[in-house]
Design a protein. Structure first.
Ligand code: G3I
Length: 302
């Protein structure tokens, strides 16, 4: 294979990228995205503040720009994200209790209705657990509506679009020994035991000196998959883009049958939310980096 998408397809996986709508008219950017990837995540445009700027008034202008760009080129779209403590519009930040709970439900229903049957995978809940060793839920306005907010979000999403795969997505849950990883694992195990509809777990995989790539990442993917969910690498970027580390992540996914795909969080280093770390596969000029070749080689192994 000579592209990331073809390489992943050899293994029945997708290879995706996060796209920003306001960069799509940059031809270098758009050409790389079109050539190399067959799945697209909107970096910001499907988030709550973008899609429901006023209560009950949905705006899919930028989201649809990305959606249509991808679909016209035969690419899958990963939906990101429906319920999150961050990037809430001001009106939602001001809500609490039952009013916020209902607003969350309405938001999930409104966005999923717009894309019903057309977005096969959704990050339903994003980043609901605390960092560090507590293993607790993150304190947020959503959490303060009651511990059941996550399962309500998943049940709402299942009803809103029964065809969509429903994911829980988080960062710093790649190391099997981390308290945060164990906390998410226990939630997923509990959801499966009680029949709460959850189909996948997204491991964002933002690796850097504070959250280095763990050699037990493959174990983590295997353990979650054994609960009966798919696992996906959803926002991959690695500080300094060391080729070996990139290759290891690819091999970890390919070693786990239920690891269905990999998404990198941006096209060029200059497009990254952490551009100063040069964490991506293409440099600022759009040239392939050593990390790119390491990923492609790993995809072309056996
Ligand atoms: O669009 C506004 C612009 O109008 C304004 O002038 C400018 C001033 O700061 O801000 C622009 O919005 C920024 C937006 O990115 C678009 O560039 C926001 O400030 C900025 O906070 C936002 O950052 C995004 C971040 O999520 C917000 O939480 C990053 O682009 C995006 O890469 C990042 O993605 C997250 C995932 O969704 C979840 N996992 C972690 C990941 C990295 O933080």
């Amino acid at each position: 294979a000579s592209t990331l998408a073809e390489g992943a397809a050899q293994h029945g996986r997708y290879f995706g990228v996060a796209i920003a709508a306001n960069r799509l008219n940059d031809s270098v950017y758009a050409n790389i995205a079109n050539r190399e990837f067959n799945s697209v995540t909107a970096e910001n445009e499907m988030k709550i503040d973008a899609t429901e700027p006023q209560p009950g008034q949905f705006n899919f202008y930028q989201a649809d720009q990305i959606f249509n760009w991808a679909r016209q080129r035969g690419k899958q779209v990963r939906g990101h994200t429906l319920a999150w403590h961050s990037q809430q519009p001001q009106w939602m930040q001001n809500l609490s209790g039952q009013a916020l709970r209902q607003a969350m439900i309405n938001h999930i229903q409104g966005v999923m209705a717009h894309y019903r049957g057309q977005i096969p995978i959704w990050d339903v809940v994003n980043e609901a657990f605390e960092d560090g060793n507590s293993g607790r839920r993150r304190d947020s306005n959503l959490q303060r509506t009651g511990d059941d907010w996550i399962e309500v979000a998943f049940r709402t999403a299942r009803q809103a679009d029964p065809s969509a795969k429903l994911c829980y997505n988080d960062y710093n849950i790649e190391n099997w020994n981390a308290a945060k990883t164990q906390a998410v694992y226990n939630m997923v195990r509990d959801f499966k035991a009680r029949g709460v509809p959850i189909d996948c777990v997204g491991f964002q995989s933002h690796f850097n000196s504070g959250n280095p790539y763990p050699s037990n990442f493959r174990t983590t993917l295997q353990q979650f998959a054994a609960l009966g969910v798919d696992v996906e690498i959803t926002e991959l970027d690695i500080e300094g883009a060391p080729p070996q580390t990139y290759a290891n992540v690819i091999r970890d996914c390919l070693a786990v049958p239920r690891c269905t795909g990999i998404t990198v969080w941006g096209v060029r280093d200059s497009d990254s939310w952490r551009s100063y770390q040069n964490p991506l596969l293409f440099d600022g000029n759009g040239n392939k980096k050593q990390a790119y070749y390491a990923v492609l080689d790993a995809l072309n192994e056996n």
